[in-house]
Design a protein around this ligand. Structure first.
Ligand SMILES: Nc1ncnc2c1ncn2[C@@H]1O[C@H](COP(=O)(O)OP(=O)(O)OP(=O)(O)O)[C@@H](O)[C@H]1O
Ligand SMILES: [Mg+2]
Length: 475
């Protein structure tokens, strides 16, 4: 058993991509910021390395947490988002601002670990479902057949017996069996050949609606509330209800039910907790928002409190979850913040010390903007093009237009506030406002192509971009 668990942790929890491959993957979506990509990739690879170590040494290798620093809109959250899809480990991203000190109303930081465990459970369950898929499908077919070819009711008529004509009512046992079998086999063939998918049958399904939910929601004992809710709903008899569904839908429902029966949820919980402990990654976004200089009163007290609450989790402690206690020692934490007003040194010292790797994300300039507009998969311009294509309108951006947009983005960021690549969104919205509005009419009038050149960009944006007061409001 223990051996099997290891195996799954290996294949679920750890990427075997090399740092270079991870960076290449991130490169598809994020322009520049090589340093941040690199350190994230190294951290992931270190996970892989430590899994290869002998047990007694592995226990001493704790992950080196990362602090990403960079002004707003330069790709911090975007890196986290892409990373989440890349890693095969349980990954969650949370905003530090969401939490309040224990004792205040709001989420307590331990819920981060509870959520991580939940994510891990979902992953392991998915994997297990995959493993029992064939068996579940076969069982589902049998149950479908039970519905489609019901057991013929034996004559229970007491009067029949009384008058001694029972044999007339029911065929002799062997004969009945073979005919039923024929019926069942016949239907099975049709079913497997997919000839009955559209047929509507009546299926008895468990009613998943939980009438008691309202009672516990909003409870401040959050984790507790979850457990109670589960307890209550497992205590209540499962309500069944009849639903009319097609065979195709019924099969899906039954496959799911059968898979659930085949999966050992206790084993899933155990494996998941181990997975979360060994491979979990927590992305703590907006960490700068809970950093404060000096100790003052008011809301700041609570912010410093949040840091103090985060500390034991980052440092290594044990959090109770409904799947069991989760040790946080080996969870990798990546924190990110703009640190516009606060500095990393404004974090409480103990917390600073727990993020030994610092990476800075660079401010974005014209050349970056040009690439962001065009290069990433689903880059902004590709998005706008695709959107207008649905109207039947082909949008073409000339190179000089793209360059000009990038230039304006840099300019506006300089003279008002630097909001990084988000500036491109505001600029493009403004630039394409008119076309967006008129597109259906244009197509109706036979105009199916629009070329955007530098002159058009100038015409739509120059005045606003050059006028500081205007751009502050509009862009
Ligand atoms: N380097 C980049 N390459 C490609 N797209 C980027 C880059 N930087 C930012 N973007 C885009 O800009 C938008 C905002 O970026 P993101 O959410 O990562 O900002 P952030 O650094 O987390 O800022 P904040 O500090 O405000 O949270 C996203 O749509 C993202 O795709
Ligand atoms: Mg962000």
């Amino acid at each position: 058993m223990a051996k099997e668990k290891k195996k799954i942790t290996q294949e679920l929890g750890v990427n075997d991509q090399t740092p270079r491959e991870i960076v290449a993957e991130l490169d598809k979506y994020i322009v520049g910021q090589d340093e941040a990509k690199k350190s994230v990739a190294i951290a992931l690879r270190n996970r892989w390395r430590s899994h290869k170590l002998p047990d007694e040494m592995r226990d001493d290798v704790i992950p080196k947490n990362i602090l990403m620093i960079g002004s707003t809109g330069v790709g911090k959250t975007e890196i986290a988002r892409r990373l989440a899809r890349l890693v095969k480990a349980p990954f969650i991203k949370v905003e530090a601002t969401k939490f309040t000190e224990v004792g205040y109303v709001g989420r307590d930081v331990e819920s981060i670990i509870r959520d991580l465990a939940q994510t891990a459970v979902r992953m392991v369950r998915k994997q297990r479902t995959e493993e029992v898929k064939e068996k579940a499908a076969a069982n589902a077919i049998e149950r479908l057949l039970d519905v489609l070819v019901p057991e013929p009711k034996r004559s229970q008529n007491p009067l029949g017996k009384l008058f001694g004509n029972a044999e007339v009512d029911a065929p002799p046992p062997e004969e009945e069996d073979t005919s039923k079998k024929h019926g069942r086999e016949f239907i099975r063939k049709r079913l497997l050949a997919g000839k009955m998918e559209e047929q509507v049958i009546e299926l008895e399904v468990a009613d998943h609606a939980k009438p008691m939910v309202g009672m516990f929601s909003g409870s401040s004992l959050e984790g507790m509330g979850d457990n109670l809710q589960d307890m209550v709903s497992s205590l209540m008899p499962k309500r069944m209800r009849k639903r009319k569904v097609t065979v195709a839908t019924a099969r899906k429902i039954l496959e799911q039910e059968e898979a659930e029966k085949l999966i050992d949820m206790e084993e899933v919980s155990e494996t998941a907790v181990e997975l979360a402990e060994r491979s979990g990654i927590v992305f703590l976004d907006e960490i700068d928002k809970v950093a404060v200089k000096g100790s003052s009163s008011g809301p700041d007290v609570s912010r410093e409190g949040v840091q103090r609450d985060i500390l034991p989790i980052v440092e290594g402690s044990t959090v109770m979850t409904k799947y069991g206690p989760v040790k946080t020692d080996y969870i990798l934490f990546i924190a990110a913040g703009a640190f516009h007003t606060a500095k990393p040194s404004d974090l409480i010292p103990e917390l600073q010390g727990r993020f030994p790797i610092r990476v800075e994300l660079k401010s974005l300039l014209k050349a970056d903007f040009e690439k962001i507009l065009t290069e990433p998969q689903n880059a902004l311009l590709k998005q706008y093009k695709a959107l207008l294509q649905t109207e039947g309108l082909e949008l073409e951006f000339q190179a000089d237009a793209i360059e000009h947009i990038a230039e304006l983005a840099e300019h506006v960021n300089e003279q008002s506030e630097d909001i990084g690549a988000r500036r491109l969104h505001t600029l493009l919205e403004k630039l394409l406002e008119q076309i967006s509005f008129e597109a259906p009419d244009m197509v109706k009038d036979g105009k199916t192509e629009v070329v955007i050149d530098a002159a058009y960009v100038d015409e739509r944006l120059k005045d606003i971009a050059k006028n500081k007061d205007l751009s502050q409001f509009i862009l």
